[in-house]
Design a protein around this ligand. Structure first.
Ligand code: GLU
Length: 334
């Protein structure tokens, strides 16, 4: 007869289960670029036995759209993706982020900063690396604006707070991009970890959540490579906490070289879905983009999962073309 094992005599589990996360922002509907990232992340997890956490990153409140989260869940399910834990919704409890801020403030590593964006831009004018990157909402913060560092209480959550970026390089080995090095003090400077909306900034929220949700593997677009460096600084300042491995994948861009967006037409997955395009067509296009199919052809999720290889993804951005769009529409069930 089956007997439950006596836990006390079992050898301890040598390694905890690896965990990854799908972390959509409900700032709009998912588009083909998101489909590429989520399919790649999901396939890696299912091939390698990682647990998948679904996390809704809804703290960028000015950009959050009502109903986007439920739309995103519906789209992920339509693609056939599943997850093991969540959805966790960041805005449901801000206390863990406040706690992290108390720890950083108590270590003298953050400070309140009421500088306006134009003050920061004016002070940065003339500095070499002062142009904000495309898609970045933050200007580089000149060191001259940093007050003397001191142990503080986290007592003014209605102010922006910045992390005092240390001098020197931050280096990590990305599973896809290889060795990456950033000198953040020279480029980004002291970055915002808490916003005057009384809400954590993305950089802090992602670290607190990845840590408490046990995330060991982060897979996402390479527009977040320098964010990984900022986040590693926070892992070290907060613990040190164990650092996750990263795989940053080239973005999907339009023929004009800019990241996929509305200007390239309507590439929302929901639009294809309502037009009658089957999910296997989207998966097939992503399989072609990821270098596991020589041509565009429909592909089941099971086939994608079996064939996906990180190394097959081209090392340059994937260009979304009108032919891709036309091909998807030509797959509509008639
Ligand atoms: N929520 C972010 C996004 O949708 C992803 C952040 C991350 O993967 O760290 O772009």
């Amino acid at each position: 007869m089956y007997r439950q094992a006596d836990v006390s005599t079992q050898a301890p589990n040598p390694l905890p289960t690896p965990v990854t996360r799908l972390a959509p922002s409900p700032t709009g509907a998912l588009h083909l670029g998101n489909a590429r990232t989520f399919l790649a992340n999901w396939a890696l997890a299912r091939q390698r036995g990682w647990r998948i956490v679904l996390r809704i990153e809804d703290l960028d409140t000015p950009r959050v759209k009502h109903d986007a989260a439920s739309g995103i869940l519906g789209t992920l399910r339509w693609l056939g993706l599943d997850w093991d834990d969540g959805p966790f919704v960041q805005s449901s409890d801000l206390e863990p982020y406040r706690e992290a801020m108390r720890s950083l403030a108590g270590g003298g590593l953050v400070y309140p900063s009421s500088h306006t964006r134009s003050e920061v831009e004016d002070a940065a004018a003339g500095l070499a690396a002062s142009a904000p990157q495309e898609g970045s909402h933050e200007s580089p913060f000149p060191r001259a604006l940093r007050p003397p560092l001191a142990v503080r209480a986290f007592d003014d959550p209605a102010c922006n707070w910045r992390f005092a970026t240390p001098d020197g390089g931050t280096t990590f080995d990305d599973l896809f991009a290889g060795r990456c090095s950033f000198r953040l003090a020279d480029s980004i400077g002291d970055f915002i970890v808490w916003t005057k909306r009384a809400c954590p900034a993305y950089q802090l929220a992602v670290v607190v959540d990845d840590h408490r949700q046990g995330v060991t593997h982060v897979v996402r677009g390479d527009d977040l490579l320098d964010s990984a460096a900022r986040q590693l600084l926070l892992y070290r300042a907060l613990g040190p906490w164990p650092e996750p491995a990263h795989a940053h994948l080239p973005l999907v861009i339009g023929a004009d070289g800019r990241r996929l967006a509305k200007r390239h037409g309507d590439t929302r997955l929901e639009t294809y879905r309502s037009a009658g395009v089957p999910p296997e067509a989207v998966v097939g296009l992503v399989a072609f983009w990821c270098g596991i199919r020589a041509d565009r052809a429909t592909c089941s999720l099971a086939e994608f999962r079996a064939a996906f290889k990180l190394d097959s993804i081209p090392r340059r951005p994937i260009v979304f073309r009108q032919e891709d769009h036309q091909w998807l529409l030509s797959r509509c069930a008639r």
